[in-house]
Design a protein around this ligand. Structure first.
Ligand SMILES: [Zn+2]
Ligand SMILES: [Zn+2]
Length: 376
């Protein structure tokens, strides 16, 4: 049988744009759709032909191949992709009319539906653990492939049979007015297979519930919200289908000393008023467990920031480390004895504020200027 030219089939010119091809197909598909022409074999064939033509002409690569080699381009070994199986038809149809058909025509049924569920495991770790990394043992409630039937779901490992309802397709079609609606087969839940002689241990499920113990390596430098994927450690699939994945979601416990922001760490460092005035040294802990001496210059002001380079957090998949920032919190003395009060009063009387508190003096000077202006 001679094959008709694909452009002629859709009634478009050879150089037609993708838009024109789409428009032409949509119009013809509406006209020749089998649901609109019940029992009309010619319409059905015509519909298949235009759908096939559209499948080629909407795809830049297939179209180029067709322009060059004609139908010969698709004659050998194109398999599912270029061929015209039922699946290919459904895909194109969904693509064109999915908006009209609404949720009823969702793709993704078929065998994929039986894949095991992904599991989520929430883990809280300390900032130190995030710094060093750790190995954690976790117990995951899960289902595993059934030992008795090796996951097949059939007694003594007997193989499942094609589902009689959907004849193995995993989907059933029904007619809703003009359109054909496709849904997951209710008999086999999309697996396309049923078990005639179910395994007694798992009642044909191919999997049994079991707590699973896993050792998880948390690498150094993980952050709040980091997700670790353990491939195939999720729930076992139905009847021998592949298992899902396990995702570990990490959350960081708040630390009582360190605040973390990415690779950097922050800490509020209280400094006694006298140390801040006279200069001195403060010792602080570092996240790596060591102690760091910070020298406080004399006249250190409240809020002064010290940066300790490379003393911050570890960085995921890197040997680098962030920085450690310390913010001086100058503590004004409280609970003074009479003697201390006297010393401070003497200090204030004796001294020239312009020299020892330039900012305060400057402020008072500006206030005075401001009030004088108002009084004018
Ligand atoms: Zn079993
Ligand atoms: Zn079925």
């Amino acid at each position: 049988m001679a094959k008709q030219d694909l452009y002629e089939l859709l009634g478009v010119a050879k150089g037609a744009s993708l838009d024109d091809v789409k428009k032409a197909y949509r119009k013809l598909a509406m006209q020749h759709h089998p649901d609109k022409n019940p029992g009309d074999k010619a319409a059905e064939t015509r519909f298949k032909d235009i759908t096939q033509a559209y499948d080629v002409l909407k795809d830049e690569q297939k179209r180029a191949a067709y322009d060059r080699y004609g139908h010969a381009a698709f004659e050998h070994g194109s398999g599912g992709g270029g061929g015209f199986g039922f699946g290919g038809f459904a895909d194109i149809f969904d693509e064109m009319f999915g908006d009209i058909m609404g949720g009823g025509a969702r793709r993704g049924g078929g065998r994929g539906a039986a894949r095991g569920q992904d599991l989520r495991y929430n883990m809280e770790i300390t900032v130190e653990e995030a710094f060093h990394g750790k190995k954690a043992k976790i117990t995951v409630p899960s289902s595993v492939s059934c030992d008795s039937c090796k996951g097949s779901g059939g007694k003594d490992g007997s193989a499942p049979k094609a589902c009689p309802t959907c004849r193995g397709a995993g989907k059933v079609r029904s007619q809703q007015g003009f359109f054909t609606v496709e849904r997951t087969c209710p008999m086999c839940q999309g697996a396309g297979q049923v078990i005639s002689d179910p395994c007694p241990t798992c009642r044909g499920q191919g999997r049994t519930r079991k707590d699973k113990s896993l050792e998880v390596t948390i690498p150094p430098g993980v952050e709040e919200g980091t997700r670790i994927r353990l491939a195939s450690e999720g729930e076992a699939g139905l009847a021998g289908a592949p298992p899902g994945d396990l995702y570990i979601f990490l959350a960081l416990q708040p630390h009582r000393m360190f605040q973390r922001d990415g690779a950097n760490l922050y800490m509020r460092m209280p400094v006694a008023m006298t140390t801040a005035a006279l200069g001195g040294e403060v010792e602080v802990p570092s996240i790596d467990g060591s102690r760091v001496k910070v020298s406080i210059p004399k006249g250190c002001q409240h809020g002064h920031r010290f940066r300790l380079k490379g003393k911050g957090m570890t960085v995921l998949r890197s040997t680098a480390r962030g920085d450690f920032f310390l913010e001086a919190a100058i503590e004004v003395p409280i609970n003074l004895t009479d003697k201390q009060k006297k010393l401070l009063q003497d200090f204030e009387k004796d001294s020239d504020r312009k020299t020892y508190s330039p900012e305060t003096q400057g402020f008072f000077d500006r206030v005075k200027e401001f009030l004088d202006e108002l009084a004018k």
